[in-house]
Design a protein around this ligand. Structure first.
Ligand SMILES: [Zn+2]
Length: 206
């Protein structure tokens, strides 16, 4: 069933409204129209400036308790669809701080940010491409309350993830979690990832 959902998400993507400038942001000269569906950098032949269109960074936190995953029902874009609590990294903001902030805003829960569980490029919206990082989260404190940008926040068993998930890459993460939780690989991964964090990543952050 999950594979079908992914297919549906991917084939629904229409390559329209790709991020591009009509006028050069530096000098105001008009750009030649780009072919339909073509994004990426634009070079201004008038002021010789290249304008880059790069993906933004999204962060998500996986909170899994008793084989159940915390999901939020979205309020803004992708309204009434479910996702793993997530958001965009702000300018000058550390990715882990961003992940904890977004999670708190959407669920009311304070989490410690653990190791990176997954990282994917998100192409489901061609005009707003992102790089997503899914962190493992550990609940510290707080009461589960959907925040202002979430209509609901609820734990779902990994075998009963809702069909109306907003993002195809979230579905991939949910599928992998379900499989890894069933065959014990998740525990093995977590053990080695936490050891790796202790012995390597923490050193890097000193
Ligand atoms: Zn220019």
């Amino acid at each position: 069933m999950m594979a079908t959902l992914i297919d549906r998400h991917l084939t629904n993507g229409k390559v329209t409204n790709v991020m591009r400038y009509t006028f050069c942001p530096s000098c105001g000269s008009q750009f030649e129209p780009l072919p339909q569906g073509k994004g990426g950098r634009q070079y201004c032949h008038h002021c010789h400036t290249t304008h880059y269109h790069n993906p933004t960074v999204g962060v998500a936190v996986v909170l899994l308790e008793d084989h159940c995953l915390l999901l939020v029902k979205r309020n803004g874009s992708y309204r009434d669809q479910w996702c793993i609590p997530c958001g965009h990294v702000e300018w000058d903001e550390d990715i882990r701080a961003s992940a904890a902030r977004e999670f708190k805003e959407e669920t009311g829960l304070q989490v410690s940010i653990g190791p990176v569980l997954a990282a994917f490029s998100n192409f489901h919206d061609p005009s707003h491409q992102t790089v997503g990082i899914w962190f493992w989260g550990i609940r510290d404190s707080g009461a589960l309350t959907p925040g202002s940008d979430a209509a609901d926040a609820k734990f779902f068993p990994l075998s009963g993830i809702p069909e109306n998930m907003a993002f195809p890459t979230d579905i991939r993460v949910c599928e992998a979690l379900k499989k890894a939780d069933t065959d014990g690989a998740l525990y093995q991964w977590l053990t080695s990832a936490v050891q790796m964090e202790r012995s390597f990543s923490l050193l890097l952050r000193e």
